[in-house]
Every structure is written in structure tokens, then in C-alpha cells.
Design a protein around this ligand. Structure first.
Ligand SMILES: Cc1ncc(COP(=O)(O)O)c(C=O)c1O
Length: 372
């Protein structure tokens, strides 16, 4: 039994790409808990309060059946008001939300134009979508423009959908959102902005890099709740018609048990923290500035964000350097293809409020030794 699977695993081992789960250990330079909220007293209290109010642990069913709870609805109302969209919908994960969005909203005869480095969850949705899709060069608004124009010239009549991340998860760089919004307006296209890594960190009140676009009739955003918000799940924000369509047609929403109402209560508390604790964002941006100075001599490129990649290129070397850092007590992970393009294996140094400047300085020293 399972010969094909065993062979596949052997092959991954031979090429140095076999993965395994390890317990968490060492200083956190790997999580996406950017604001240090996941283990914060405020979120623990929010969950304890919710339990005391009688909020159930499990939802008991899908939202369209018995699983819909007042906590989900309160979260969606508050999220839409805070983030500036007409409506919002809470999914159990960002992966499910992104895949469902892309599989559901674009129709047959439409075109999805996506950035070359878009997340695997978007690819999953596009694999299931009825619309055709095309990738364009990273962060290239003109390439998006040309792809749509080419499709129109060839007779494309449907709607064009532009799928990007506002802050790229493995590179820490930003999409040219204003230019993309112009392209979208020119072509009557919809702009799908995955704000997974920007929500909580950038924009007014941490509302993301596309905060100024939220609320436009042709903009849909995804806000994952498991990163800076320190919780779990994801909010899709956009026009009411989009949310209603997902409720009616989104298989990843309809045929799935609703997220825990306790988690919805925790996300509600996180959104309040974004609004009333700007000092967390200030502390993170100071840490980013310090880290850029400390790590620059080692070849770590400043990105102006909390995600600092050090591209080493070769898979094996990347994993060896990551392991050398882990042995020294620094949880830095190596990222290999297919998560990143061939030949660009890298250390992904993620900065969070779970570490301080002293730990970043110690990491810089350890990295100097590990790089040899
Ligand atoms: C850009 C991006 N979108 C979506 C997701 C999926 O979110 P989740 O982890 O909540 O499933 C991730 C998570 O890694 C991500 O980096």
C-alpha cells in the first residue's frame, strides 16, 4: 500500500525538499504573530469573558445551518465598520477564504490576472475557477494592464479580476496598489487584495496598505486573522453583493463547519486592539528599523516591512544555515521551492513583538557565524 506516496517522499528526500513537523523552540523569528497578540493577556481575557458569557466552543454546524452564532455576526458587522467595507464574511482560514473567493466570484468567460508570486491559496482557487487565469511579472501594474488589453483584443468580454497581495509573504515587498487601482478602473476590473501580512501592521489603525481603497465598489479584500491579529480565520471584506454571492455559491463557506464562536470573539477583541493600541505598531516599526541596520552587513535587504528575506539560492545551504541558527536558539526557517521560485531558497526572517532589539542583535551575530 501507498507505494506511490512512499516513492514521492523518497524523491523529496533525495532533492532535499522533504518536510517534517517540529515542536516550536527558540526565539521567534518565524511566526506571523507580528504584534505579539497570540499569547497576549488581552486576547486571553477576551476568550475567558466570552466563555463566561456562555459563548460555545464549537459552532455545531455550517453557518447556513445551525452554526451561525451572534459572535460571527457581531464580528462581521464590526469588521466592516472598522475596515470600511460595506460587508464582511468570516471564514475558518485564510486558505479557505482565498481559495473560495477565486473559485467562486470569477465566472466563465472572465479573466483572472494574478501576480507571479501570489499565495498558494489563490492558486488553489484558480485551479477550481471557471474563469481562465494568467500570471504576470511581480509587482508590474503595466503587465496587468497589457494582459487585460490583450484579452479584450482577442475577444474577451467578461469581467477582469486582478489578484494581488498588498505585502508579499515571502519577500516583504509591496504591490503598487494605486497603479493597480488605476488599471482596474480603466478596465472596469475588480481588484482582489490579499492583505494577509499587512493587516494590523500597516495603514491607519492597522487597516492595511489598501485601506484607502476599501469601500470602493470594485475592491474586495482578504484579512487573515491568524497573523498580526493573533487569532485564526479570515475576513473577506467587500460590497454586500459579493458577500451574499459567497454565502450562496462559495462551497468553502457553505459546506464547512463555522469557525468557533470563541475565535470570533477573540478576533473582535483583536480589532479593538488595533484601534486602541497603536503603540504596538510603533514598537514593531522601530524593531524593523533596528533589524535593517543590524542585518544589512550580512546581506539582508531592507524591505521596509517586518518580513526580511535573505535569499541564499541553493536549497541545501539554506536549510543548513537555518538549522545552524535553530541550534543556537533562533527559530529562523528556510523556505524552499515550490513555496518560492526555483533557485531562490531563502531564510525568511520574520519580526514580531515576541522578540526585542537585543535578540535581533544576537541573531545577527549568530547569522554571521552560520554564513561562515
Ligand atoms: C498571502 C497569504 N494569503 C493567505 C494565507 C492563508 O491564510 P491562513 O494561514 O489563515 O490559512 C496566507 C498564509 O500563509 C498568506 O501568506
Amino acid at each position: 500500500m501507498f507505494d506511490a506516496q512512499s516513492k514521492d517522499l523518497e524523491r523529496l528526500g533525495r532533492i532535499g525538499r522533504r518536510r517534517a513537523l517540529h515542536p516550536r523552540a527558540g526565539a521567534d523569528f518565524a511566526s506571523n504573530d507580528y504584534l505579539g497578540l497570540a499569547e497576549s493577556a488581552r486576547l486571553r481575557e477576551a476568550v475567558a469573558d466570552a466563555l463566561a458569557r456562555g459563548v460555545p466552543v464549537g459552532s455545531g454546524g455550517s453557518r447556513l445551518l445551525r452554526g451561525n452564532h451572534a459572535e460571527h455576526e457581531a464580528l462581521e458587522t464590526e469588521a466592516a465598520a472598522f475596515l470600511g467595507s460595506e460587508a464582511a464574511l468570516y471564514f475558518s482560514s485564510g486558505f479557505a477564504a482565498n481559495a473560495t473567493l477565486l473559485a467562486t466570484l470569477p465566472q466563465r468567460g472572465d479573466l483572472i490576472v494574478h501576480d507571479a508570486l501570489i499565495h498558494a491559496s489563490a492558486h488553489e482557487g484558480m485551479r477550481l475557477a471557471r474563469a481562465e487565469s494568467v500570471g504576470v511579472a511581480h509587482k508590474d501594474a503595466q503587465a496587468v494592464d497589457e494582459a487585460i488589453a490583450r484579452w479584450r483584443r482577442a475577444g474577451g468580454r467578461g469581467t477582469a479580476w486582478i489578484a494581488v497581495e498588498s505585502l508579499y509573504s515571502m519577500d516583504g515587498d509591496r504591490a503598487p496598489l494605486d497603479d493597480l487601482a488605476d488599471v482596474a478602473a480603466r478596465h472596469d476590473a475588480v481588484l482582489l487584495i490579499d492583505e494577509a501580512h499587512a493587516t494590523g501592521v500597516f495603514g491607519p489603525d492597522g487597516r492595511g496598505l489598501g485601506a484607502g481603497l476599501e469601500g470602493q465598489a470594485n475592491v474586495v479584500t482578504l484579512r487573515t486573522c491568524g497573523k498580526a491579529l493573533g487569532c485564526e480565520g479570515a475576513l473577506v471584506c467587500g460590497p454586500q453583493v459579493v458577500i451574499d454571492h459567497l454565502v450562496n455559491r462559495g462551497r468553502g463557506f457553505i459546506f464547512s463547519t463555522a469557525p468557533s464562536p470563541l475565535m470570533a470573539a477573540a478576533v473582535r477583541a483583536s480589532l479593538k486592539i488595533l484601534a486602541d493600541a497603536p503603540e504596538r505598531r510603533t514598537a514593531l516599526s522601530q524593531l524593523v528599523r533596528d533589524a535593517e541596520v543590524l542585518l544589512a552587513p550580512l546581506g539582508v535587504r531592507a524591505t521596509g516591512s517586518q518580513i526580511l528575506p535573505l535569499v541564499l539560492g541553493e536549497d541545501r545551504r539554506t536549510m543548513e544555515v537555518a538549522q545552524a541558527l535553530q541550534v543556537r536558539g533562533f527559530d529562523v526557517r528556510g523556505i524552499r521551492p515550490p513555496t518560492v521560485p526555483e533557485g531562490t531558497a531563502r531564510l525568511r526572517i520574520s519580526l514580531t513583538l515576541n522578540v526585542d532589539r537585543g535578540q535581533v542583535a544576537a541573531l545577527a551575530e549568530a547569522l554571521r557565524e552560520a554564513l561562515g
